[in-house]
Design a protein around this ligand. Structure first.
Ligand code: EPU
Length: 335
């Protein structure tokens, strides 16, 4: 078996029967029909995957497709990027070119191909705000297809690609950017950081600097401390539930989200005093309670135990069920 443990940022043991590097769209079209019915797993940057069963008896696909094409129409920039590019590098390259839009999404780990799958988002911006179209390999039709953003059913950390993970492989993503800055600094922490550092709120490169600085101060670097970013989704609740909770916990942050209210899972976990809580090699991060870190010795059972403890504590105090955010291989055995 191939040892792929180092290819995931959580560093739980991971062995696969075979690994297939996909370097181009042509390569995908030729090799995918030959896979037959073998179980498949797509692995890009490995920064949002939790491996709970160490042995995968199938083929791990590595979409290392490199492609970079720009179309300029007036002030609109349509940038088509291969699935194998690092997300953050694309953000920085686009800013260097003066193509704006991705600045709030700086320093998110992972590859381009994963970005539309879970509609990555941070500091008030989501991929969906700048996704124009995706090119996919459709395993059911054994063909390359394109879907417009409107067909992707984007939601909070959600897309049609997440609904049917067996069906598609992302080949390229076309981003819609602009040569005109459209600064979004509504997220309090970003405005504060810009102010604190004497940066310009209207300069997208400065916004990226502020975002990077916030992320570096709160989130552990996955290349140094094993983690998968936020381990839970922020709960979405109806207004009634939000108001009832707010009456009991007046300090609790709430964010309007259409007809619903988004709560801050990090605040809920923090409020229970769980920051720094440890089970075996896993801990609740001491600067961001939504992140679970592995000290390198953690195993799947430690992770199951700490997740169960957090979820049952949140249920007991707030009556809420926390949903796990990253993709899993194997079961967390949630009750
Ligand atoms: N908070 C606490 N204690 C903590 C951390 C945060 O009380 O330990 C409070 C903060 O003061 C704030 C609220 O909780 O009032 C929200 O915290 P934060 O702004 O850090 O964001 P988050 O909701 O915890 C989400 C995303 C992050 C993204 C940030 C910034 C999800 C699941 N997570 O976290 O995404 O970077 O917002 O936009 O939506 C990821 O997906 O891996 C990820 C890191």
């Amino acid at each position: 078996m191939f040892d792929l443990t180092q290819l995931t940022t959580l560093k739980l043991p991971f062995y696969a029967a075979s690994v297939l590097k996909l370097s181009s769209i042509d390569n995908v079209c030729v090799s995918m029909p030959e896979l037959g019915t073998a179980p498949r797993l797509i692995l890009g940057g490995g920064s949002n995957l939790v491996v709970l069963e160490p042995e995968f008896d199938g083929v791990v696909l590595r979409p290392e497709i490199k492609f970079f094409e720009v179309k300029e129409i007036g002030t609109d920039i349509f940038l088509e990027v291969g699935a194998g590019h690092q997300w953050h590098e694309t953000v920085m390259q686009s800013l260097e070119h003066g193509w704006f839009g991705l600045e709030n999404l700086a320093l998110i780990p992972g590859w381009m191909g994963a970005a539309p799958v879970q509609n990555i988002g941070a500091y008030g911006v989501e991929l969906k705000d700048h996704c124009h179209r995706v090119k996919l390999y459709d395993f059911a039709e054994q063909a390359v297809i394109e879907l417009d953003a409107s067909e992707l059913n984007f939601g909070y950390r959600h897309s049609v690609l997440k609904e049917t993970p067996e069906r598609f492989l992302v080949l390229t993503v076309t981003l819609r950017l602009s040569t005109e800055p459209n600064p979004r600094i509504g997220y309090g922490a970003v405005a504060e950081e810009i102010d604190r550092k004497g940066l310009s709120p209207s300069n997208p490169r400065d916004i990226a600097k502020a975002v990077m600085s916030i992320r570096q101060s709160k989130l552990p670097d996955p290349s140094v401390v094993p983690n998968v970013g936020s381990f839970f989704k922020n709960p979405m609740v109806g207004k009634e539930i939000a108001e009832r909770l707010k009456a009991n916990f007046p300090q609790m942050p709430t964010y309007p989200a259409g007809s619903q209210t988004k709560l801050a899972a990090a605040w809920l976990i923090d409020h229970l005093g769980l920051k720094g809580y440890k089970v075996g090699g896993f801990s609740v991060h001491d600067r961001q309670a939504l992140v679970l870190t592995n000290d390198g010795t953690g195993n799947a059972d430690d992770l199951r135990e700490i997740v169960a403890l957090i979820r049952s504590s949140i249920k007991a105090t707030f009556g809420l069920s926390l949903a796990v955010e990253p993709t899993r291989l194997g079961e967390l055995k949630l009750t």
